[in-house]
Write a protein that binds this ligand. Structure first.
Ligand code: UD1
Ligand code: MG
Length: 453
């Protein structure tokens, strides 16, 4: 039998005015990925699940992003922000089945664990018609309060603005997420009114309505950290901190050494192999994979790059998108690579820019070498053969090809291809004038020198 479906309605129509941003709130990034991406990815981890996103009228950007990530995402538009129940109701047209479980979650709550939502969906499938994610915050502040009956069952949810003093004293709060049997959800939502302090259609009101129809409602308690929403830049930074802590722990649990974990910043998709050592103050932008035994030394920045086994990067290296650093290769201090294939055992040890290039296996690139890849309009490729030796302070003006095993003299500006095993250099002849310095000094230091200011 096919498993029952789970549909996650992700409410994201709120304007997010407190972010003070031109970017819609749910597109602000945490660990290199928009908040909404984290939420969609959590949903994708649930079996047989699909998302329906509720956006505001001017949020095509949000819809496009969601479709790009999960093409089967349904999009519903809430023209006016009349409240969370009204927003959830907008998803109705995108949900044809009235079977299975619907999760209602928020696009600005990116720290939810997939297990939490899976547990809620299971309970809703097997034991209850509605499951509400509750939590006990350190400061219950303005959260909705979960009111239990004498038997300890969830009776209703009261928004803080509408709560009486005894209700405000309740410490069990509404975390926002709910699982509801699909057959009841839209009927309940359509019965919600807006006769309350905010004049809004409150999603939590479906609990009281469900109880009055004899349906069962449960609370599943979660951690405060998971329900942490993002409303301001400060909240965004707090969510980033939680995500980074999780990513650091996962990296170490996977067998990487982080010398000073708190100073290392990961992206959501960073992959580290076993026995990778990451020094202090390393930043991983999106799209980095580091294979077993590689060492990323302090103060390096990597993005969109592959680092093969036992390679050494840094300290102070900048590995930009399209870089591939081969097995046992070495990229030293103040070296920048971009769209560069550094093959096995090659060394670029100091102060270089290698862009749009291949550096063949075991080639040695001297200090200060620059691939001149750009003429202001176009990019050109530099191909350096295996075992080549590029002398320090060389400029390789692309397009140019250096044959295998060739030597380039220091300080050369190489504009023409060099054949394998040749020596090429472009360097004026050295001139020596013997005794010149001594004569010069004597002249300038003599007491009767004409001193003028
Ligand atoms: C909501 C709950 C509250 C709970 C809290 C947990 C309601 C009425 N209250 O309050 O019980 O303790 O979450 O964080 O649900 N949205 C829309 N359209 C709207 C209104 C909101 O899409 O018309 C979206 C927002 O973009 C946001 C989410 O729904 O992603 C939650 O809305 P928000 O206004 O933040 O609800 P809270 O006041 O936090
Ligand atoms: Mg909120």
């Amino acid at each position: 039998m096919a498993r029952e479906t789970v549909t996650a309605i992700i409410l994201s129509a709120g304007k997010g005015t407190r972010m003070k941003s031109r970017l819609p709130k749910v597109l602000h990034k945490i660990a290199g990925r928009p908040m909404l991406g984290h939420v969609l990815s959590v949903v994708s981890e649930l079996p047989n699940a699909r998302s329906v996103l509720v956006v505001g009228p001017d949020m095509e950007e949000v819809a496009t992003y969601a479709k790009g990530l999960a093409p089967d995402t349904g999009i519903a538009v809430q023209a006016e922000q009349l409240g969370t129940a009204h927003a959830a109701l907008m998803a109705q047209s995108e949900i044809s089945e009235r079977e299975g479980v619907v999760l209602v979650i928020f696009g600005d709550t990116p720290l939810m664990h997939p297990e939490t939502l899976a547990d809620m969906a299971n309970t809703c499938r097997e034991e209850a018609d509605i499951v509400v994610l509750g939590f006990r915050p350190t400061d219950p502040a303005a959260y909705g309060r979960l009111v239990l009956d004498e038997a300890g069952r969830l009776q209703k949810i009261v928004e803080f603005k509408d709560a009486s003093a005894p209700e405000r004293a309740i410490t069990l709060c509404n975390g926002g997420a709910m699982a509801v049997r699909a057959e009841y959800l839209f009927d309940l939502l359509s019965k919600v009114g807006n006769d309350n302090a905010a004049g809004e259609f409150y999603l939590p009101d479906i609990v009281g309505l469900a109880r009055s129809q004899g349906l069962t409602c449960r609370v599943q308690e979660g951690e405060e950290e998971e329900v942490q929403g993002v409303n301001s830049r400060a909240d965004l930074a707090a969510a980033e901190a939680v995500m980074q802590r999780r990513l650091r722990q996962a990296a170490m649990a996977g067998g990487a050494t982080l010398t000073d974990p708190d100073s290392v910043y990961f992206s959501f998709d960073t992959v580290l192999g076993q026995d990778v050592v990451v020094g202090q103050n390393v930043v991983f932008g999106p799209g980095v994979k580091v294979a077993d035994g590689a060492m990323i030394k302090p103060f390096s920045h990597l993005e969109g790059a592959i680092v093969a086994a036992d390679a050494e990067i840094g300290p102070f290296a900048r590995i930009r998108p399209g870089s591939s650093i081969g097995t046992g290769a070495k990229i030293g201090n103040f070296v920048e690579t971009k769209k560069a294939e550094i093959e096995e055992g090659a060394k670029v040890s100091h102060l270089s820019y290698i862009g749009d290039a291949r550096v063949g296996a075991h080639a040695n690139i001297g200090a200060g070498t620059i691939t001149c890849n750009y003429d202001g309009y176009n990019k050109f490729f530099t191909d350096i053969g295996a075992g080549a030796f590029v002398g320090s302070n060389s400029a390789l003006v692309a397009p140019v090809k250096i044959g295998d095993g060739a030597y380039l003299g220091s300080g050369s500006v190489i504009t023409k291809d060099v054949t394998p095993d040749a020596l090429a250099f472009t360097r004026p002849k050295q001139i020596e004038k013997s005794g010149w310095a001594a004569t010069f000094r004597a002249k300038n230091e003599s007491p009767d020198k004409n001193t003028k200011d």
